[in-house]
Design a binder for this molecule. Structure first.
Ligand SMILES: [Fe+2]
Length: 296
């Protein structure tokens, strides 16, 4: 959710390698996703598919390499050390699209570090099914990659956004706990007020978060990490209001998805984020149990 990257006067061109997600297994998983939450449709493992790695074309691999080369060069000095350390720890490399299965897959390394796993999914997941995966320390991962012609413009998540952008942070124990707690809280709440606030929290942290490290503001949100244009804008532009992170204020801030973000929030540490999320999750659990008591 909230994966949209921002397009600035660029149009989508070329076509996705949709054969990767067009078989019976993918169709069944997508149908299950669409009904998730109805009676009999609550098993997140039914949302997952196999990556079928041989389906990637030479062009797909070259697109990954071009994106990796350009973005890593910038991130070396501008991304959070936690992100960069995570990318090394999961053995993210420029030479090939990451594997989700097998001994050299990112999951082999992640498993030892935090127990998180990246699971291939056929496409868009409804919010509750997405949260159910996070609550299990499983990250729903798009496996197709953007076409070469559209290297700067991505209307939907692809594997560069999902793996390069998101997954390195899953190797960090503090961020790993935060994201699971987020998933549990978002899965639990049925109150639209809190659902909206949690969506904003995800947006301003997981997708577009900044963090202060060694006196400098660095990138960690996946939407910034995986977007060459917006990563620079987020750090350099005078048009961005960079505010200190405060959970209540974040949850009260609305966002728009179709242009560069004018407001960003800056963490002091990932511990600050984890602890604020735990406090919020406990509040949601208390409210849910009070409602249950009143109903009884
Ligand atoms: Fe995302």
């Amino acid at each position: 959710m909230g994966h949209h990257e921002n397009a600035v006067e660029k149009k989508f061109a070329g076509s996705l390698n949709s054969a990767m997600i067009a078989d019976g297994e993918a169709n069944a998983a997508q149908e299950y996703a669409n009904q998730f939450g109805q009676p009999g449709f609550s098993d997140p493992t039914r949302l997952y598919i196999t990556q079928r790695y041989a389906g990637y074309t030479q062009e797909n691999q070259e697109t990954w390499q071009a994106l990796y080369d350009r973005q890593m060069a910038y991130l070396a000095d501008h991304a959070s050390d936690t992100y960069l350390g995570g990318a090394r720890a999961i053995k993210l490399v420029r030479d090939y699209i990451p594997h989700l299965e097998g001994p050299l897959s990112v999951n082999t390394f992640l498993k030892q570090l935090t127990g998180w796993q990246s699971k291939a999914v056929p496409g868009y997941l409804p919010a509750k099914s997405f949260f159910a995966c996070l609550a299990r320390r499983e990250f729903p991962t798009t496996i197709v990659i953007r076409p070469k012609e559209s290297i700067d413009y991505l209307p939907e998540p692809d594997i560069f956004h999902d793996i390069f952008g998101h997954v390195p942070l899953h190797a960090d124990p503090v961020f790993a706990d935060f994201l699971q707690t987020y998933g549990k809280a978002a899965l639990l709440t049925e109150d639209p007020f809190h659902t909206e606030r949690l969506a904003r929290l995800f947006w301003f942290t997981v997708e577009f978060g900044l963090i202060k490290e060694g006196g400098q503001v660095k990138l960690y949100g996946s939407g910034l990490i995986s977007s060459p244009g917006e990563s620079i804008h987020a750090l350099k532009s005078k048009d961005v209001d960079r505010r200190p992170f405060d959970l209540e204020r974040v949850c009260d801030t609305s966002f728009e998805i179709d242009h560069y973000q004018p407001i960003l929030y800056v963490l002091d540490s990932f511990t600050q984020l984890r602890d604020a999320m735990s406090t919020y999750a406990n509040r949601l659990i208390d409210e849910a149990s009070r409602r249950a008591t009143q109903a009884a």
